[in-house]
Design a protein around this ligand. Structure first.
Ligand SMILES: C[S@@+](CC[C@H](N)C(=O)[O-])C[C@H]1O[C@@H](n2cnc3c(N)ncnc32)[C@H](O)[C@@H]1O
Length: 258
């Protein structure tokens, strides 16, 4: 996945922007590959970690503290890349469409958009039962983190609610603390997402991958736009061109301990 994200930045042949850049997991390898990329995240703490990783690797990086929904930067980019399902953190449908419109407005004339979403099958949630997600041991402190998760349907249609329970143990195995994090992520059908891209001014769509993990690629369209409202959908109602309504596909993104 890492290499394909770097390739997507490279294909832009210009300046790239990584949305929800987090700790720089994707941005740092792109910088190391000599690419001109910037990052945006709304968490100062995550940006600080990203900056530290860049500094430790001897790299200069331009990071923006700000929202990706919508994007409001004073720059245009040749590529905007949203990896690892972070777009699904935008759970409100209208906010997601507004965000896509803002990405179009931040792209150069042949600018490329790349958004990775993943899909859960019908049995993939735990119906709010706990399952182990991952563990890890900090090399410096020796503390071990155990992350369990419980997922299920949120009250908002097409949104998954994930609880992450993070337990921290000292090297002797004593529990130091427990933290619960709650994350909501929005499900998208593949053709629903393509319709959203079309309606917000993108063209030349490609969907790579299968329904359990796919990347939507598109370029900025310069012709006149057909908006959802002009297609007859009212705010808060399903667009008639989106055949499946609400339902099956889920995009999941889970916060990781840094
Ligand atoms: C799960 S992390 C993923 C980070 C990175 N994409 C990765 O895969 O390593 C999600 C990131 O999205 C950021 N984030 C969430 N909502 C955001 C928003 N509306 N605008 C900008 N960043 C956001 C969080 O601060 C966090 O750093």
């Amino acid at each position: 996945m890492m290499q394909s994200i770097v390739r997507r930045f490279a294909a832009a042949n210009g300046t790239g922007l990584g949305l929800a850049t987090g700790n720089g997991r994707f941005l740092i390898p792109a910088l190391e590959a000599g690419l001109d990329v910037q990052g945006i995240d709304n968490s100062p703490a995550m940006l600080e970690i990203c900056q530290r990783h860049a500094t430790e690797s001897g790299l200069d990086v331009m990071l923006h503290e700000g929202d990706m929904a919508p994007l409001a930067l004073a720059h245009r980019f040749h590529a905007i890349v949203c990896p690892a399902g972070s777009f699904s953190l935008i759970t409100d449908e209208d906010a997601a469409l507004h965000a896509l419109t803002s990405y179009r407005e931040h792209l150069e004339s042949i600018g490329r958009l790349s958004i990775t979403l993943s899909t859960e099958g019908p049995d993939d949630t735990t119906h709010f039962g706990w399952r182990m997600r991952r563990t890890g041991t900090n090399r410096v402190s020796g503390n071990t983190f155990v992350v369990d998760e419980a997922t299920g349907k949120d009250v908002i249609p097409q949104v998954t609610l994930t609880y992450n329970r993070v337990e921290t143990y000292d090297p002797a195995g004593h529990l130091l603390g427990t933290e619960i994090r709650k994350v909501r992520t929005r499900w998208w059908h593949r053709d629903e997402f393509v319709a959203a891209l079309r309606d917000t001014g993108f063209a030349d769509f490609k969907l790579l991958g299968d329904e359990f993990g796919w990347v939507a690629l598109a370029i900025r369209q310069w012709a006149a736009l057909t908006t959802r409202s002009s297609l007859g959908a009212k705010p808060g109602h399903a667009c008639p061109r989106w055949p499946h309504g609400r339902g099956k596909l889920t995009a999941v993104s889970v916060f990781r301990p840094q």
